[in-house]
Design a binder for this molecule. Structure first.
Ligand SMILES: Nc1ncnc2c1ncn2[C@@H]1O[C@H](COP(=O)(O)OP(=O)(O)OP(=O)(O)O)[C@@H](O)[C@H]1O
Ligand SMILES: [Mg+2]
Length: 227
């Protein structure tokens, strides 16, 4: 599903964010990427949805080399990959329905599809009762559910989540992790970046540790993350 072949990323100002990264993620995995601030987690995730391109090496998604993907091919790639961020990135002047609908509109889906699919994904994330609320009227956990619904609406093969619980309290964190686990059980591959050990313990699945741009540990068993 995801394959990094000797990938390095050096940003313009000579800062080396990733060094010789080799790793594979199989369909249906739930993988957590952990590491300290500045370790390279977000950079690694950005390579998966081609927000950043490798300086060296190649990235493959579903067998396609996306290392030099052209801008006009990005929408096709992004239909396979839902992205969830720490700061939700919602449109605050729109309702919950409209936020999710907007993602469908920009990818050219019909009004009929929108009317059918938006309530469906909102039900999956448990937000049916807030469908007509403005996002400003929601709690942090609810906002993150909207952003997960928006990611789900293209029925992606992969969900990439960069510190999705970074702005949430413990109860909401637990809820969001459970929701991601449920989505994973439906068959979606999940790549989660976090610096929070409690979270990887909650998830209790494969953990890849990055330190200073390098993978220092890849714990494929379901064991707990030990420091
Ligand atoms: N656009 C950029 N231009 C230059 N350097 C960058 C850029 N983005 C990230 N970096 C550098 O690359 C390194 C890795 O950054 P990255 O954001 O991937 O880390 P991270 O593990 O996600 O950290 P955090 O936990 O703080 O989010 C850091 O040294 C950072 O300063
Ligand atoms: Mg980051």
């Amino acid at each position: 599903m995801i394959f990094f072949d000797n990938v390095s990323k050096i940003y313009n100002d000579d800062s080396v964010a990733l060094k010789d990264i080799n790793f594979k993620v199989k369909k249906g995995e739930f993988i957590s990427i952990v590491g300290q601030s500045g370790a390279g987690k977000s950079t690694l995730l950005k390579m998966i949805f081609a927000e950043e391109k490798p300086t060296k090496g190649e990235v493959f998604i579903k067998g396609r080399n996306i290392s030099k993907i052209k801008n006009n091919k990005l929408p096709i790639l992004r239909r396979h990959i839902g992205v969830v961020f720490q700061d939700f990135k919602l449109l605050d002047k729109k309702t919950v329905f409209e936020n999710v609908a907007f993602a469908m509109e920009v990818s050219g889906r019909s009004d009929l599809d929108i009317k059918e699919d938006v309530p469906q994904v909102l039900e999956i994330v448990g937000l049916s009762d807030k469908i007509n609320n403005y996002t400003t009227e929601l709690s942090g956990g609810e906002k993150q559910r909207v952003s997960i619904a928006r990611a789900l609406v293209h029925r992606p093969d992969i969900i990439v989540a960069d510190e999705p619980t970074g702005n949430l309290d413990l109860v909401n964190t637990w809820d969001i992790i459970q929701l991601l686990t449920k989505i994973n059980q439906y068959g979606t591959t999940i790549v989660l970046a976090t610096h929070d050990r409690e979270i990887v313990n909650l998830v209790n699945r494969r953990v890849v540790t990055i330190d200073n741009g390098m993978i220092t540990r890849d714990q494929t068993d379901k064991g707990k993350y030990l420091i």
